[in-house]
Design a binder for this molecule. Sequence first.
Ligand SMILES: *[C@@H]1O[C@H](CO)[C@@H](O)[C@H](O)[C@H]1NC(C)=O
Length: 466
Amino acid sequence: MTGKMARLLLVLLLVALGAPVYYIFFKSPPPLPDIDLNEWWGPEQMKTKHDTSLKPFKVKFDALMIKDLKDRLKAHRPFVPALEGIAFEYGFNSKQMNSWIKYWSEEYPFSEREKVFNQYPQFKTNIQGLDIHFIRYKPQVPANVEIVPLMLLHGWPGSVREFDAAIPLLTAVSKERNFALEVIIPSLPGYGFSDAAVRPGLGADKVAVVLRNLMNRLGFKKYYIQGGDWGAIIASNMATMFPQEVLGYHTNMAFSMSSRTTLIQTFGAIYPPSVVRSDLVDRMYPMSKIFGTLLEELGYMHIQATKPDTVGVALSDSPSGLLAYILEKFSTWTKPQYKLKADGGLTSSYTREQLIDNLMMYWATNSITTSMRLYSETFNKRYASLGLDEIPTPVPTWILQAKNELAYLPPWILKFKYKNLINETVLDDGGHFIAMEMPKVFSEDVLSAVAAFRNWHKDRNVKTEL
Ligand SMILES: *[C@@H]1O[C@H](CO)[C@@H](O)[C@H](O)[C@H]1NC(C)=O
């Protein structure tokens, strides 16, 4: 090959490699999707008599439901023995089932827990055809303390119960703050006591609209939001679609799946310290290890994103099946090493009561199938084509990065999406259900974030009064 040809080839190669990189980095983000604020998700015939009132709501575990649940728990067939020497590597270990079944059917104090479920005021109101259930708690404050609204969003397989221990900490009045939080904690549509859509299409972008409408229904034109898991994705969409309303976004699962992010992650594999702080390299690399973990752990996601109704038949019929399916996630997502513990480490991080409280949100309402459909409605072409992760948001953002969260991205990469990412808290501990596992750490971080958001707005002279 002549020198000239070699040079030509080199130029061609650079163009071939450079063009997509250039394209990914400099193409302008897609426009915001058209937002239909009134899209109807309930039965068509309800449209003409739309009731927009707020109705007080209390959880009631009725005797028939409890009896049926206990009968089903006791009537299970013998469990297939786990393999020799195996803990939770193949999934929930069946040797653990009997003690959980005994606890749920004989020891779980239903009526006492019902009172705990009702310790904070709850309501339902109909948004776009769906009755949305939410906790709303406003603390009593002295005259010089400003009340600030914060919506907290759970994910799958969690529920509003994840915030039980955090609520009193979040809403506490302190001499160190000139504000106190009023918390609004909805059950996502199709989860717990909130209605599910009756027709396809209620993906994470449309749920963002429903929850924005909920805040407006309650009279909040401007508010703060917090989310983990699906709650993080939905809250991120709210920050992207309603930046003039959302005053700040706090998340314990900061993630962004834009093509730029993926490209940087991939190139970063050549020399990880070029992408991520050296003490956090193992949260992102080696990619083979991260992908290996994803392959091992995300089977449920593929099922729920494609055939939620099939597995839903099994899980809504069998409380022991539901228990194994959900508690396996509370084990592995809290600490991956829990897979190697005979009992899945479950009671090292939570009480049995807490875990069954969360299961009751799914069992008592028969909502496991509709909860899983959120995956199908979001992991699809329609949602991907919106490119929401490519659209930057100016909403001030604060991220809390627990040690065992399912994914990690450094702040400089997240800044492509969250232009005003103002702080990052990195924990050496904690997992995916951080509000439930470490309520004090979680609440303090959220309060610091809201204080920082308020200063951020003050520095910019933005009116934050409601
Ligand atoms: C960011 O967080 C750190 C540690 O929590 C804190 O010391 C610092 O003041 C925070 N920065 C802002 C802008 O709030």
